[in-house]
Design a protein around this ligand. Structure first.
Ligand code: UGA
Length: 437
């Protein structure tokens, strides 16, 4: 199948490579020349485990090409729209500029029977509006909304072996002619039994925002429990283990800590609330305001705890922040709680050094005023307190005995509750977790 992928960011670059891996002929298209020239050299413009190798493997087969020319979409049968939908500046709503311009550029290159597949996360109602445009052309094309559920850091595996496929088609029916075409695209994962659900357009769009809202709610729920555990001197990690054993609840996404960040969960819950307001259903989602508030409170809580650990004053204290990315196995710093905490500490007079295995370049672009050091040993030297804020394996496996000689004060705040508290205390450290006694 000939496929075009419009938008080659985290979602599109991975999708293009994976579609080629499944045996299709793929062209990836993006307006950003820097991105395209990197991808054309089999170099992902961001860190994603396994992606560089996959790009090399599929580009060697000749089945994957990249270009900035949207005209290259002509001749493809299926066109995946994978552009970003960031939060609008100064508003909660999603900015659909990139989706709209991708679709209108694509319209000039569609042929009869083509299928345009929306993968971006959009406010409910967008697909119906865009579908009218796609059908309105002389080309008689179809629009399917096929949300993506990949996680950064696991993007290749999530794309090749997803939990499920959702196809939103205008009549919500299995008989829709686009269904068979998309089945052919995904024939390999479908043949291994991956469930696929056919819905109408708005349901497909809502599946994605509902899933991300549920995940955000789960994290804020356990972080609210962490607040309570702190007040009652209980341990939220044991609480999570215990309630997680009930398979109606499940242990995943119950890790209390500094909360969620990244380019998806925070902006998606806000865009969802904004859209609900437009639909006159804002009451249904007022709980997401609380989810957001609990999440943001984690960051201020860590700043306060750090102040306590530094004998009541941050002024001139040397703080080392371990981790800048919004989560491990990623160099993405969009709305990273770790960086936001580092910046707040700096504003309050601390001397902050940030280290991270992959995200320092992106972090320095976003917060140039912070001090960055790639080498962990150098970064922790002379520190009055260490803050583990992104749980990279490098930091989980730090040796508390070896580290003692490097720091000025053996104090650590474990913002992700991943260290063995007893082991660190036995090595003479003041250990502080979140929601743990
Ligand atoms: C999220 C969803 O998990 C994906 O299913 C979805 O496809 C994606 O958004 C998207 O909309 O594109 P992602 O942003 O890559 O994926 O990151 P997650 O793994 O969901 O983590 C989000 C944040 O929650 C991270 O900052 C992480 O540290 C935090 N988190 C996660 C916790 O604080 N506690 C947990 O128990 C789990």
């Amino acid at each position: 199948m000939r496929i075009s992928v419009i938008g080659c960011g985290y979602l599109g670059a991975v999708h293009a490579a994976c579609m080629a891996q499944l045996g299709h002929d793929v062209v990836g298209i993006d307006v950003d020349e820097r991105k395209i020239s990197a991808l054309a050299r089999s170099k992902a413009p961001f860190f994603e485990p396994g992606l560089d190798d996959l790009l090399t493997e599929v580009q060697n087969t000749g089945r994957l090409n990249f270009t900035t020319d949207i005209a290259a979409a002509a001749g493809a049968k299926v066109h995946f729209v994978c552009v970003g939908t960031p939060q609008k500046k100064g508003e909660n709503a999603a900015d659909l500029t990139y989706v709209d311009s991708a679709i209108s550029a694509l319209l000039n290159h569609l042929a009869p029977g083509d299928v345009v597949v929306g993968k971006s996360t959009v406010p409910v109602g967008t697909a119906r509006r865009l579908s009218a445009q796609v059908k309105d052309t002389q080309f008689d094309a179809d629009l399917v909304w096929n949300p993506e559920f990949l996680r950064e850091g696991h993007a290749v595996a999530d794309t090749l072996h997803p939990d499920r496929f959702v196809y939103g088609v205008d009549n919500g029916s299995e008989d829709h002619r686009a269904v068979a075409i998309l089945d052919e695209v995904y024939s390999t994962p479908l043949s291994t039994g991956t469930p696929r659900l056919i819905t109408d357009h708005p349901t497909a769009e809502l599946v994605k925002t509902a899933a991300n809202s549920f995940l955000a709610t789960k994290i804020s729920f356990i972080n609210a429990m962490a607040e309570l555990c702190e007040a009652a001197e209980a341990d939220v990690t044991q609480l999570a283990d215990a309630i997680g054993l009930d398979d109606r609840i499940g242990r995943k996404f119950l890790n209390a800590g500094i909360g969620f960040g990244g380019g998806c969960l925070p902006k998606d819950i806000r865009a969802f609330m904004a859209r609900a307001g437009e639909l006159g259903a804002d009451q249904a989602l007022t709980f997401l305001r609380e989810v957001d508030a609990i999440n943001m409170r984690r960051r201020t809580r860590v700043v306060e705890l750090t102040r306590q650990l530094c004998d009541g004053s941050l002024l001139g204290k040397r703080i080392t922040v371990l981790g800048a990315a919004f989560k491990p196995e990623s160099d993405d710093v969009r709305d990273s709680p770790a960086l936001s905490i580092a910046a707040q500490l700096q504003l309050q007079g601390a001397v902050v050094t940030v280290t991270d295995p992959k995200a320092l370049e992106n972090a320095a672009r976003r917060f140039p005023e912070l001090h960055y050091e790639a080498d962990t040993d150098k970064a922790v030297r002379g520190a009055d307190a260490l803050l583990l804020l992104t749980e990279w394996e490098d930091y989980r496996s730090l040796d508390p005995y070896e580290l003692r000689s490097l720091v000025a004060s053996t104090t650590i705040l474990d913002g992700r509750n991943v260290l063995d508290a007893a082991k660190w205390r036995a090595a003479g450290w003041v250990y502080r977790g979140l929601g743990r006694p």
